[in-house]
Unconditional design. Structure first.
Length: 197
């Protein structure tokens, strides 16, 4: 089993690349979806987040108000660090178990889509690091088109490891500034290269 760690800045297009890899036959696991599951109502992690940040990070239905929490933590680095201290260990535990199970299963490709792959040290457990890149104006346009206000989008990008550093640590780089076809062609090329002889 080949384990690929897929990462990149917010708005770079990681999910687009993950979808293409899934179409090609990879098993894909999204760290953001793992986090959503772990922070569902009445979970220990959600209770810990509420204890740390207060009831106002909840929607009326008891679910986590992600935009409100993001607006709060991306203004204050210490708040972001506090949130990461709560969320990273349980998420990493789930991903580490998935890697171990995948290696036991044998042939195939498991793609872990992890925004903070390098920051959390998870790259040490994967066979290859794939980084999706895009120019900052492109990333900002994508983030604001999802409903983020421009100031928050800027803060989110500024809080992340510089894209240049991610590129330096990548095994493969996918430039996602252009068309979907151009991105797909790059992914297919790399997919072909990692297939066993």
């Amino acid at each position: 089993m080949k384990i690929i760690g897929l990462t990149g800045d917010a708005g770079s297009g990681k999910s687009t690349v993950a979808r293409i890899l899934a179409e090609l036959g990879a098993e894909v696991m999204d760290a953001d979806q793992v986090t959503r599951a772990l922070t569902a109502p009445e979970t220990p992690l959600l209770s810990a987040i509420v204890a740390a940040f207060g009831e106002d990070v909840l929607n009326p239905d008891g679910t986590l108000d992600r935009p409100r929490l993001a607006a709060r933590v991306f203004v204050e680095p210490e708040e972001l660090a506090r949130l990461n201290r709560l969320t990273h260990p349980p998420v990493l535990e789930v991903l580490q178990k998935a890697i171990a199970e995948a290696r036991r299963r044998g042939p195939g490709v498991l793609v872990l889509e992890v925004p903070l792959l390098l920051e959390t040290g998870l790259d040490a457990l994967v066979d290859e690091v794939w980084v999706v890149t895009a120019d900052r104006p492109v990333k900002l346009t994508r983030l604001t088109s999802r409903g983020l206000n421009p100031q928050l989008a800027q803060r989110i990008l500024s809080a992340q490891m510089p894209q240049e550093e991610k590129v330096r640590r990548a095994d493969r780089i996918i430039d996602n500034n252009g068309s979907l076809t151009r991105t797909r062609d790059q992914v297919i090329k790399y997919w072909t290269e990692i297939q066993p002889e």
